[in-house]
Design a protein around this ligand. Structure first.
Ligand SMILES: Nc1ncnc2c1ncn2[C@@H]1O[C@H](COP(=O)(O)OP(=O)(O)OP(=O)(O)O)[C@@H](O)[C@H]1O
Ligand SMILES: [Mg+2]
Length: 340
């Protein structure tokens, strides 16, 4: 689902909630983090994108005080990750890549217990547990043991657990890997709601689509180093943006449609390729404005369209565009429907 109305907050003004400088963490000869610098502005989402083994989880672990970096410096909400771990832990929430709920306890008991561990009074812990179960559509399953939850339910419980203390800074380590599209959308909605309420989020992901939905800014990491950063649109522009796929009602119109787009000189729209075998017209685009312009043009010229979709570049294509090398893992691009 493409949200055409999403307006980026300006990620380049305001104070930083997270500041990382020259962070290094080695495991033997593996340089999991090899001098990482990044900032996350308060109230924004930074997407950290990278293939398997890039160093994403290591970064999240350093910033949650679970491991101590070998060198460099990092602060979260003004607290030093090495010197002020206790204060820092009170300001953060973490949804790890691997589920951290207690299997034997019910969903409600898990949340209540975490609330008590965070020193919430009994009554507050109880009401937070009820409220979060409701938000994540888990009220009906509240009294069931977490071991009987489906993968998606467990992930939602995990997210709810990371939000118990209403953290100012939230780390989400690949929060939707392995989730079905509906559950993924629920998770995205909840993250957007937290950000609207003022939270700062550091999100790691292997999916361009997730980064596009949630992140104000992106950092691409590979082999412990940052290889690209910028706004979502800047990075997409580097990669070549999305491809608009248009199916006309009458395939015979494909060549005329391609010609109309090429000759119209729409701002930034450079090419259109008709593929008669597939009955599709492919148009590379960099923005929602270009998408609207192309569809608008075809409409005014009287072409009848049967189906329109866009495909995002896969993470592999991002890596190809940035480094000229294929990444270690290939995340498939997920086609998104924009109109039928
Ligand atoms: N505890 C550890 N001991 C030894 N090596 C480790 C340890 N943790 C991570 N590594 C190595 O550090 C590198 C970075 O791992 P990390 O888990 O941070 O990657 P990632 O980006 O989170 O990958 P994924 O997408 O698979 O979760 C990898 O080469 C990994 O094998
Ligand atoms: Mg990881």
């Amino acid at each position: 689902m493409v949200d055409m109305t999403r307006i980026d907050k300006n990620p380049r003004s305001g104070p930083n909630a997270v500041e990382v400088r020259g962070l290094v963490k080695h495991y033997g000869s593996t340089k999991a983090l090899d001098g990482v610098d990044l900032d996350v502005r308060e109230g924004t989402v930074l997407g950290v994108l990278g293939p398997n083994g890039a160093g994403k989880t290591t970064l999240v672990r350093c910033l949650s005080t679970l491991i101590i970096p070998d060198a460099g410096h990092a602060t979260v909400a003004g607290y030093d990750v090495v010197k002020q771990p206790r204060q820092l832990r009170r300001t953060i929430g973490l949804t790890g890549q691997y589920a951290s709920v207690d299997e034997k306890l019910s969903g409600w008991e898990n949340l209540y217990m975490i609330g008590r561990l965070l020193d919430l009074p009994r009554k507050t812990a109880r009401s937070r547990a009820d409220e979060l179960l409701e938000r994540f559509s888990l009220t009906d399953a509240a009294r069931r043991a977490a071991m009987d939850y489906s993968g998606g339910m467990r992930r939602r419980l995990d997210l709810a657990a990371s939000m118990i203390g209403s953290p100012a800074v939230l780390y989400l380590d690949e929060p939707t890997t392995g989730l079905d599209p509906r559950t993924r959308n629920e998770v995205w909605d909840e993250v957007q709601r937290m950000v609207a309420e003022g939270a700062t989020v550091l999100l790691t992901t292997q999916y361009m689509e997730e980064a596009e939905q949630l992140a104000n800014e992106l950092t691409v990491i590979d082999k412990g180093r940052i290889i690209a950063r910028g706004g979502v649109n800047e990075l997409k522009a580097k990669v070549g943006g999305r491809t608009l796929q248009i199916r006309p009602s009458d395939p015979a119109q494909l060549p005329a449609m391609a010609q109309a787009i090429r000759e119209a000189g729409l701002d930034g729209v450079s090419g259109a390729q008709a593929v008669p075998d597939e009955g599709l017209l492919y148009v590379p685009i960099l923005s929602d404005e270009q998408l609207t312009a192309v569809i608008g043009l075809l409409g005014t010229r009287g072409f009848s369209l049967a189906h329109v979709a866009t495909a995002l570049p896969s993470l592999d294509e991002v890596f190809l565009a940035i480094t000229g090398e294929k990444s270690a893992s290939a995340a498939a691009s997920i086609p998104e429907e924009v109109a039928a």
